[in-house]
Design a binder for this molecule. Structure first.
Ligand SMILES: Nc1ncnc2c1ncn2[C@@H]1O[C@H](COP(=O)(O)OP(=O)(O)OP(=O)(O)O)[C@@H](O)[C@H]1O
Length: 249
């Protein structure tokens, strides 16, 4: 059996009486996209926050490869290869696309002291940024301030920032949100290629993208996984149809 790169075991998180994460177990294997779907308020963001390290679970464990990372900080997890899509709000708007990507990779290489001077000179960072920008198709926009980009392009910058950290695992929280049809289509194609290098745990409301991309899908409702399996299995699952009735489809 292929070893999981990310494994979540019996995770539990309560907010007062609300069970936001209720005994969640799932894993992510090399080469796959595992999508996490569920109606609004199902607990997807809460789960992603616990995996990335922003929120501590009440109980349960999170493993990156063999290592239990449940007690580690966001930065410590990032150093161990847990990449996540940066929120647009964390991008530096006045700075160029290239500079944003360089700053992202610097954040985990530990070279942040006096980085304003250093960044321009650090050839390694620059080369790494150029590679990533080419990868996501942002090369022609490298010198443009993020503030001048379209929403879809900013999303691409977020993905580029995450990739600059050379992650072993990628968490993407609604990467298609706010993108036009063309943007979603391009990003879908890109993620299809990317998963072969970096497995992806994907939270996404765009069901066309989910059903096209996901090798496996977990359906979260009221903090619990009510179904887990291939896209075909999930499409036909009566519990899932009931949970989505009148919402997504
Ligand atoms: N810090 C918090 N304190 C109290 N309740 C919270 C907190 N964060 C989230 N919740 C509640 O936990 C539940 C799960 O919320 P969460 O944002 O994880 O759902 P979601 O599936 O990501 O929703 P959406 O699809 O709308 O983004 C919701 O009922 C929400 O109101």
């Amino acid at each position: 059996m292929t070893e999981a790169v990310l494994r979540i075991e019996k995770l539990q998180k309560n907010f007062g009486a609300l069970k936001a994460t209720d005994d969640v177990t799932l894993d992510l294997k090399p080469g796959e996209i595992h999508a996490l779907i569920g109606p609004n308020g199902a607990g997807k963001s809460t789960l992603i926050a616990q995996i990335s390290g922003g929120l501590s679970p009440d109980s349960g464990n999170i493993y990156l490869g063999q290592e239990n990372v449940t007690g580690l900080s966001i930065a410590a997890r990032a150093k161990r290869g847990l990449g996540r899509c940066f929120q647009i709000s964390s991008l530096a708007m006045p700075l160029s696309v290239r500079r944003n990507v360089m700053m992202a990779s610097q954040a985990v290489t530990g070279t942040s002291f006096s980085f304003w001077k250093q960044t321009d000179n650090d050839q390694k960072l620059l080369e790494a940024a150029e590679k990533v920008l080419a990868r996501v198709g942002l090369e022609p926009r490298a010198d443009v301030p993020v503030a001048e980009l379209s929403h879809g392009e900013r999303r691409q910058v977020e993905v580029a920032c995450a990739l600059a950290l050379k992650p072993k695992v990628l968490l993407l929280d609604e990467p298609m949100a706010g993108m036009g049809a063309g943007g979603s289509e391009r990003l879908t194609g890109f993620l299809e290629e990317l998963k072969l290098e970096v497995p992806i745990l994907l939270v996404e409301h765009d069901m066309d993208a989910v059903f096209r991309l996901a090798d496996r899908i977990s359906v979260l409702v009221y903090g619990q996984i009510i179904a887990q399996g291939s896209a075909d299995m999930i499409r036909q699952d009566p519990l899932v149809r009931e949970a989505y009735l009148g919402t997504e489809e």
